[in-house]
Write a protein that binds this ligand. Structure first.
Ligand SMILES: *Cc1c(COP(=O)(O)O)cnc(C)c1O
Length: 341
């Protein structure tokens, strides 16, 4: 086991021993291999640098209560990366190759899988870039797929807590039929003006739809969930939009919510509807659920409040998903690939 203080490990990059790489030339992917070299020998005119041909993913492996390692829903990440590749005119990484690279990255970095009970996990960052040198505008023909693993500390080192969000109508994250549904770096670069402005004021950013600035799209790197009381229970609400990323965490939580008897609805959600919700949150691989205590709309001089403590419905869903990831609850849906170690 590595000399790593897992409890103080932040939510940032810790260099692993190995990364995994596979290049694509002449229509063929090379066998993925592990290397300690974290630098690329990349042509300065590569299409990823010149024209933003880049997509990425994010997923985790968990050391369970039984000592086994579980990789969570990696096939969904592989499928999503293939869609992102199509979206940016890149060669998709075959699912089998994606899985092989993730497992190799895990095997070569076993010492970096945090022990059970620390709340820390091994995060994988798959990356796909265009590598063809090309100054004339156009897509490349050569690509590289890379998996960068990194142990990361618990998202909530203290207790499960809330975050405040702010709305910004002056910066759009992605166009209605642009690249918002793809997990690409360009969406992040274009959102930094809004997210950094929000952070400077002590908030995270809640993006509205780019066309009308009327409907909730998503949080900067996470989907939005609202909980509403309805006759006989609760409704799980999440936005329908042509500009948001289909979150695998959100998909998993919707399944769990249905199992708990909740009504699950995906539709356009107007910002003002926050007033009718009893709980709200951001969701994604990093945090699972990040409950929201308030959403500030400075231009309309409105604040939507949900209370300083995470609500009961989202807290319950948070624990339900984490229990599956850490092997404390039965994985009925086959979401985890168990690696014997
Ligand atoms: C990655 C990401 C999410 C969360 O997706 P998960 O699969 O749940 O991790 C949500 N929104 C954006 C914009 C993202 O890039």
């Amino acid at each position: 086991m590595k000399e790593i203080d897992w409890s103080t490990l932040g939510f940032h990059y810790t260099e692993p021993d190995y990364i995994v790489r596979s290049a694509y030339h002449n229509g063929v992917w090379e066998e993925p291999y592990a290397t300690k070299d974290k630098y690329l020998h990349l042509h300065v005119s590569a299409t990823c640098l010149q024209y933003g041909q880049e997509a990425f993913e994010g997923l985790k492996a968990f050391r369970g209560v039984d000592g086994k390692i579980r990789i969570f829903r990696w096939r969904e990440n592989a499928k999503r990366m293939a869609r992102s590749a199509e979206g940016l005119y890149m060669a998709p990484v075959p699912e089998q190759l994606f899985g092989k690279a993730i497992r190799l990255a895990l095997e070569k970095n076993m010492d970096f899988v945090p022990p059970y009970g620390t709340g820390a996990t091994l995060y994988f960052r798959p990356l796909l870039i265009g590598t063809t040198p090309r100054l004339g505008v156009g897509p490349g023909r050569d690509f590289e797929f890379i998996v960068i693993p990194s142990p990361i500390g618990p998202y909530y080192p203290g207790k499960f807590h809330c975050t405040s969000f702010i709305v910004n109508r002056h910066v759009d994250r992605a166009a209605p039929y642009g690249t918002g549904t793809f997990k690409v770096g360009g969406n992040y670069a274009s959102s930094f003006r809004a997210t950094e402005a929000a952070h400077a004021q002590g908030y995270d950013c809640l993006f509205l739809d780019s066309k009308y600035h009327r409907y909730i799209d998503e949080c900067s790197a996470a989907n939005f969930i609202g909980i509403r009381r309805v006759a006989g229970g609760y409704e799980y609400l999440t936005p329908r939009s042509s500009a948001i990323l289909p979150s695998i965490t959100n998909d998993s939580l919707m399944t769990l919510a249905r199992e708990k008897g909740m009504k699950v609805t995906r539709r356009h959600i107007r910002l003002e509807e926050l007033a009718q919700m009893s709980e709200a949150a951001a969701c994604g691989t990093a945090c699972v659920i990040s409950p929201i205590d308030q959403v500030l709309d400075p231009e309309r001089n409105k604040v939507y409040r949900f209370g300083a403590e995470p609500g009961p419905v989202l807290t319950d869903l948070y624990h339900a998903l984490r229990d599956i990831q850490f092997g404390r609850a039965e994985d009925k849906h086959g979401w985890t690939e168990v690696i014997e170690s």
